[in-house]
Design a protein. Sequence first.
Length: 442
Amino acid sequence: MAVLKEVKKLIEKAGVKQVILQFTDLSGGLHSLWIPSERLSKVAEEGVHTDGSSVAMVDISQSDLKVKPDLNSITVLPKTIFSKEVARVMCDLYEPESERQFKLDPRFILKKTIKNLKKTLGSSVNCYTSSEMEYFLFEKTEEGIRFFDQGSYLATPPTDKGADVRLEIVEHFKDMGVLIEKHHHEVPPAKSELNVAYADALKTADTAYLVKFIVKLLAARRGLIASFMPKPFYGQYGAGLHTHVSLIDEKKRENLFCNPKGNHALSDTAMHFIAGILNHAKALAALTNPSVNSYKRLVPGWEAPVYISWAKYNRSVLVRVPPGSKLRTRLEYRPTDGSCNFYIAYAGILAAGLDGIKRRLEPPEPVEEDIYKMSPQERSMRGIEVLPGNLGEALEEFSKDKYMWKTLGKEFCEKLVELKRREWREYNVMVHEWERKKYLDV
């Protein structure tokens, strides 16, 4: 009730007319229901029903779902976003006639995994994350689309034509109380990166969806297309979503990954967490890289991590340990891309790391050499394996990982695999332009 009172004061003060109720599906799609602000109190208590079958969450024979806002996630959008004052809130999904959370709700999957973390390491321990959100800007042409600029890494205006777009984005987020710690042009043409401030994993996932929503909206207003697609064009670098993670004891304000006297200045907990991620890396790919296009990015030679290894400085590995002060000691999981569902990806990374902690797994020695330059024989001798080469392989690996299924939930995993296998089949029967060029003269 206290939260509801504060929220009512907030929206009344801001003159909010409409509230957007948002939730995600298993593929990471963002869905919106709009309600008048005066209905928010009732909807927060009772929820609002929607057709789950239309967003591929349930079968049409049992299609009703109840959407309930998590008022802790409410954000008043700047007045310049829409013509009227609007607030946005992320929602949880419930079964239609009960107060039981819907088992396939991605947000519920992350909350359940965080609960498992607290049960394992203590109620004051939380998972903190941050993502380097990379996106491309395209302009429309009669032939299709083309890069908005031809800038390169850390390009400066006017070469970096996307700078003005980023400035608008950053100022809007400042007005919403969201800190973008830094932003810049990335390596390929027309690609930008936004670094969202570190926070607990649930809040970071909520914010990541807000970022995608606002970035796409503001780009569209300029006649541009903002895309988080992992690999839009052959022969160019792709777009990733490097995910930083640490475990924080919020009561003691201690980072459980930090030990200045430990091996590599990391705690045993951090080492076990790394080992857990490496142990489940092949299955984890289905959660952090869940699209057909993901695996066009995850190929050697394009600064994309494909080799299952870790290091402190080396960017050709799967897990890196970036430099940082005690409280900012963290791991960087590098494969993730923008086609993921943020809740599912964070839950998968946390679940894998937790298994390493529970089983006290030890990682191999860090690999500080450029793995891309190693021969297959050298990688084999050092026990360096490779991620799945396509979505089909990733789904096979995920289907074999009994721990992930038990931890995330059998019903959720079955539905996710069903949806993604359908996507993989659709892709495999398509005839692509490359095939016509290659085989038309046969």
